[in-house]
Design a protein around this ligand. Sequence first.
Ligand code: SF4
Length: 250
Amino acid sequence: MNSELLRQYLTYFQDLGIRTLYRRSPAAPQPKEASPAALFPEAVESGPQALFGEAAPAEAAETLEQIRADMGGCTRCRLHQGRTQIVFGDGNPNARLVFVGEGPGADEDAQGLPFVGRAGQLLTQMIENTARREGISLTRSQVYICNVVKCRPPGNRTPEPDEIETCSPFLFRQLAAIRPKAICLLGATAARALLGAREGVTKLRGRWFRWRDIPVMVTYHPSYLLRPYNQNAKREAWEDLKKVLHYVYD
Ligand code: SF4
């Protein structure tokens, strides 16, 4: 393995929160070496495939409980200063579908749960009503919901890039632990954190991307859909959700 490939492997394991690597015993069967192309696939866009994305994870290394325990009373970024409590995530730890938003708001900060305010109620309705209309049996409790940053940004501002960078390894580890069939990113912050995308949601929505080996759909954040002049976006978000639900549950 050349040094650049080794560096990429180590960065990847670091993202997963793995700090210690052991050499395999010589007697153990040796894994096939992945090519750099497999680690960082080229952009392809047709169906749930890669446009942005990283390596396919070898295995889920830890549980959500272990990740939460490792987070502890985290003070790794300045967002800890204004929070009431950490909002780690909520839902089925074996979910086939994970929704990722931006960060907790006032209600979430008070209750310690993601998406429980007005935007959260809309998200719940969107998930459950769309599923029902499409003939899919699904409740909110069957999916997993979390955010890019786990502490409320002051005044509900957008998280700063350094805050996203500091907190997102926890998100990566959550996703690696759950290993869902698909991920639905709600808004531009989640798209930037997971896909490195710089485009706005209107450019990204409705298309399949990939994070590691998991298909990813980007759509609008529910708080954006609550604004009265965004009726078109509401319709588009329902369309995006239909695509994701059929992909995951058909
Ligand atoms: Fe820690 Fe994330 Fe909270 Fe920052 S936002 S203090 S990294 S848990």
